[in-house]
Ligand binder design. Structure first.
Ligand code: MG
Length: 280
C-alpha cells in the first residue's frame, strides 16, 4: 500500500468532514468557498470533526487493536464515543446504541432499528473507509463493507454503498487510477440527479460523481460544500476517495493541523499499517 495514499484517504476524509460541517443542511450555493472555520448547525470549533470522522476513527482503532473487525470491540468504542461527543450522531446509530445499551443483542438491535425507522441512511457509508486499508482484495473489501454496515444499517442500499466505497478505497490504496476505479463502480452511483441527502444511495451517488468530476482534492471538497445538504458526509466520502487518489500532499496542511483528532488518527493508521506489514 502507498503510505501517501493511505494518509491522504484518512486525512482527506476527516478534513472534508470538518470543512463540510460548516455548511451542513444549507441550500446549494456555487460561490461557497471551503474553509475550516467551524460553526454550522452544531456550532463546532474550527477543526472539530463530526460523526463521520469519529465513526471512521472507531473502526480504524478497532482494526488497530484487534487486527480484525471485532463487532464487540467496535461497539464498545462506539458507545464510548457517542457518550463523549453525542451532538453530531444520526438517529440510526444513536437508536442502535441505545437499544444495545438496554440489553438488546447487537443483531436484534439492528433489526429493531431498521423496523422502527428504516436504515437506508448514510451512517454506515461514512465510516467504511478503513476497510480499504485492511482488506486483502477489492472483493473482500466489498464483503466486509456489507458486514460492517449491517451492524447498524441492515438496509440493502446502505450495505451496497459500503461495499462500493470500501472496494473503491481498497483499489485506490493499491495504486488504481481514477478510470480503473470508476469502471468497477455500479452505474446507480454514476447516473442520475444529485440530491445531497442523508439517504445512502443519494449521498453515495453524490460522492462518486464528485470523485469522478473533481480535478483535485480541494476541488472535491468545494463541490461537496457547494451542493449543500449533507455536506460533511458527502465531503468525507468523496474527500476520502480523492485523498486516496491524490495523496496526502494534496490535502491542505493547515486543515490537517487543525483537526482535533489528528494524533489519534495518525496513531491508528500507523498501527494498522504495522499490522499489515507484519502479515505480508
Ligand atoms: Mg457528520
Amino acid at each position: 500500500m502507498d503510505r501517501g495514499r493511505v494518509f491522504g484517504a484518512v486525512f482527506g476524509a476527516a478534513a472534508a468532514d470538518a470543512v463540510g460541517a460548516s455548511f451542513e443542511g444549507l441550500m446549494p450555493d456555487d460561490s461557497r468557498i471551503p474553509e475550516m472555520t467551524g460553526g454550522g448547525q452544531f456550532s463546532l470549533a474550527a477543526g472539530e470533526v463530526t460523526d463521520d470522522t469519529l465513526m471512521m476513527l472507531v473502526l480504524l482503532e478497532t482494526y488497530a487493536d484487534a487486527g480484525y473487525y471485532s463487532r464487540e470491540l467496535f461497539f464498545s468504542k462506539m458507545i464510548q464515543t457517542i457518550r463523549a461527543r453525542p451532538k453530531t450522531f444520526g438517529n440510526t446509530t444513536r437508536t442502535l446504541a441505545s437499544l444495545a445499551e438496554q440489553g438488546c443483542s447487537l443483531t436484534e438491535a439492528a433489526k429493531i432499528t431498521d423496523r422502527l425507522f428504516g436504515s437506508r441512511t448514510n451512517g454506515s457509508a461514512m465510516r467504511t473507509l478503513p476497510i480499504g486499508l485492511t482488506a486483502v482484495s477489492a472483493e473482500a473489501a466489498a464483503a466486509e463493507g456489507r458486514r460492517v454496515s449491517a451492524f447498524t444499517h441492515i438496509d440493502c442500499e446502505a450495505q451496497d454503498a459500503c461495499a462500493a466505497v470500501s472496494s473503491a478505497v481498497y483499489s485506490l490504496l493499491h495504486g488504481a487510477s481514477k478510470e480503473e476505479v470508476l469502471s468497477a463502480v455500479p452505474e446507480k452511483y454514476l447516473n442520475g440527479e444529485l440530491y445531497p441527502s442523508v439517504d445512502a444511495l443519494e449521498a453515495t451517488r453524490c460522492a462518486f460523481c464528485i470523485f469522478r468530476d473533481a480535478e483535485s482534492y480541494t476541488d472535491a471538497v468545494s463541490r461537496a460544500c457547494r451542493l449543500g445538504g449533507d455536506t460533511d458526509t458527502i465531503g468525507a466520502i468523496s474527500g476520502g476517495m480523492c485523498g486516496a487518489l491524490y495523496g496526502i500532499e494534496a490535502v491542505p496542511k493547515q486543515w490537517i493541523d487543525l483537526l482535533d483528532v489528528k494524533e489519534r488518527l495518525t496513531l491508528a493508521v500507523e498501527q494498522v499499517l504495522k499490522r499489515s506489514a507484519g502479515n505480508e
